[in-house]
Design a protein around this ligand. Structure first.
Ligand code: ADP
Ligand code: MG
Length: 343
């Protein structure tokens, strides 16, 4: 007799669980496939250089809401999230392809605006748009971008490279994009209840920009090169700091200690968090979409990293296998990823 098998729902296993389930039996056949699934981008050996390839898709209603995301910003961001994953391999983006699925509710002008943003991002990040696909959809808009980058084999940095006692560093500041989203959502809810009330967005410029027009940290990768920084592990922060720390620890077979007071948070993020009765530290740890770079370096790089404005040392790599937030007393709190889980 065949036993009833209870179907597992997607929301039970989450985005990472699903990817794992779908990809666990994949074996790479080609020597040129240096890295397949599991890092910010795949790596292909092309002889003198390696190419890195990454794809990210944005879907209306899930990743963006057209009530407050201008089309141009959306186009820019859809390219930016992909080049961020190329930088997260310490590679330089060179080409992108763009595929869109679009319903008839959109005007040509709206799609042209989307492409204005895409072209602007191509200029900013110095990449060529080399192809894509356009299909119709029954509802809404989906944008899928693939980015291709280049680096020498020895320059490529993986999530798995963290070594014991490495310093853990982060660029910029965290939590702003999440707070920007909370403000936009609040104003949308108010407007939906009463169309006569216009959204009050003045004074929130910084966090709104962090949400609507974030930038990938090209400058940090350039700094690594210029100062010859010895980076051991590298990842971009798309799903939230704790989620990415756990990725580095898991892939490197290590643990980490993070000092909450060292986590960089802008005062605009703190102010908005207070206003919405949230903890700024929680948004910095778990809010997604900051697109900063998280990396580890050996202790010997302390001076270079410490002297560089715009990079913070937030902790160190340990042997423990756990990502721990040091709370002053006792052993601290183990970090659990609460970042963006797609389902
Ligand atoms: P990131 O947050 O850096 O964009 P993701 O969490 O989206 O990375 O993806 C993690 C890994 O899983 C990547 O190597 C990605 O290529 C791979 N991946 C995601 N979805 C699929 C899928 N449907 N099939 C095969 N591989 C996938
Ligand atoms: Mg990434």
């Amino acid at each position: 007799m065949i036993k009833d098998k209870t179907p597992i729902s997607l929301s039970d296993i989450g985005e990472f669980g699903l990817i794992n389930q779908l990809t666990k039996n994949i074996k790479l056949k080609h020597k040129t496939s240096l890295k397949g699934i599991g890092d910010d981008a795949a790596v292909i050996d092309c002889g003198d250089i390696c190419r890195v390839i990454t794809t990210d898709m944005l879907t209306e209603g899930i990743h963006f809401n057209l009530m407050y995301s201008p089309m141009k910003h959306l186009g820019y961001k859809s390219v930016m999230v992909n080049v961020s994953d190329v930088y997260a391999m310490n590679a330089i983006p060179k080409q992108i392809t763009v595929s869109i699925s679009v319903s008839s509710k959109f005007s040509i002008e709206a799609i042209e605006e989307l492409y204005e943003g895409i072209h602007l991002a191509c200029e900013t990040y110095d990449v060529d748009l080399i192809g894509g696909d356009t299909v119709s959809s029954l509802t809404g808009l989906t944008i899928s971008v693939t980015a291709i980058g280049e680096a020498k084999k020895e320059e490529i940095k993986y999530r798995s490279g963290a070594k014991l006692n490495d310093l853990i560093c982060v660029s910029g500041n965290l939590g702003g994009a999440y707070m920007g989203l909370q403000i936009l959502e609040r104003e949308k809810d108010i407007y939906e209840k009463d169309n006569s009330i216009q959204p009050q967005l003045e004074g929130y410029d910084y966090i709104l920009e962090r949400q609507l027009k974030p930038e990938a940290r090209k400058d940090i990768v350039e700094w690594f090169k210029a100062e010859n920084i010895k980076v051991n592990a590298l990842i971009d922060i798309s799903d939230g700091l704790s989620s990415e720390l756990i990725h580095i620890c898991k892939e490197s077979g290590k643990g980490c200690q993070i000092y909450p007071e060292k986590i960089p948070i802008d005062s605009a993020t703190t102010d908005a968090a207070k206003e919405l009765e949230l903890e700024d530290l929680v948004t910095a740890l778990h809010g997604g979409e900051d697109y900063e770079l998280l990396f580890t370096v050996p202790m010997s790089e302390y001076k270079k990293v410490n002297d560089f404005e715009g990079v913070s040392i937030i902790g160190n790599i340990t042997e423990s296998g756990k990502a721990v937030l040091v709370t002053g007393e006792g052993e601290g709190v183990e970090l659990v990823a609460q970042g963006w889980e797609g389902f």
